[in-house]
Design a protein around this ligand. Sequence first.
Ligand code: SIN
Length: 294
Amino acid sequence: MSYRRIGVNPISGALGAEIDGVDLSRPLDNEVFAEVHQALLDHLVIFFRDQAISPDQHVAFARRFGEIDLRPFVRPLELEVLPDHPEVLDVVKEPGETLNFGGVWHHDVSYREKPNLGSVLIARESPTHGGDTMFANQYLAYQTLSDGMKTLLGSLTAVHSSIRGYDGDRLASLYGVRKDDLDEDSVKRSIAKAETTQAEHPVVRTHPETRKKCLFVNRSYTMRFSGWTDEESRPLLAQLFTHSVKPEFTCRFRWRAGSVAMWDNRAAMHYALNDYRGQRRVMHRVAIHGDRPF
Ligand code: SIN
């Protein structure tokens, strides 16, 4: 589509666009908001640079897209919300920590019956280098499958669970590190102590707004196909986890303090790179409620 009020500059051939001409510290008029919303649907993840926004302004922007999710994770996690702003999650990695939050490809909270619509993330403090976030287009992941595979996957649902966040062994295996190499703070921050949450979703979901089909499985939370054993599911899931994040389906965003990303969690996965050991990274995140996938 053509945009009249905002600039939209794609950053890769697959997904992602930087938006110009928008100041998120001010309320967006309806026409600008409609174009920003359309840019999100067209590009799956949109970025805004040099935004000086308060937590209230951050929440106000996210709220234009839907109701705020006050429980964006299985609780209680050792992740903090901001004092006086229960909607804003403080995602901090300290210089001594080994694991980072979101360092495995995932759709946020896909273990819930209604995974988030999306999230708005702002960098408050970014490392001098490293700490980028990658995103992957799951329309493309679906469209590039063979007709035979599309037919098979179209008939399947999958079980998603939060269980891998539960203990040091599972966490280490998910992140591909040795348990002994995990520092205590990382483990404490990452492990969910609440009950496991799980949900079943179609493996191919239809985006409720664009009506296009996309792949909906991820390495963090998808455990098996419904009615299949773990052993039966493993090879095909492994193939889909690899296929869904082929480099040509991805983009990579370099943060600076004041950079904002908003992603569509229904059609994009993301991955926070953990390549800035010894440096601090501080992000604030607001999540938006989504629908039950169909
Ligand atoms: C996440 O929400 O998964 C974290 C993203 C990031 O910190 O880059």
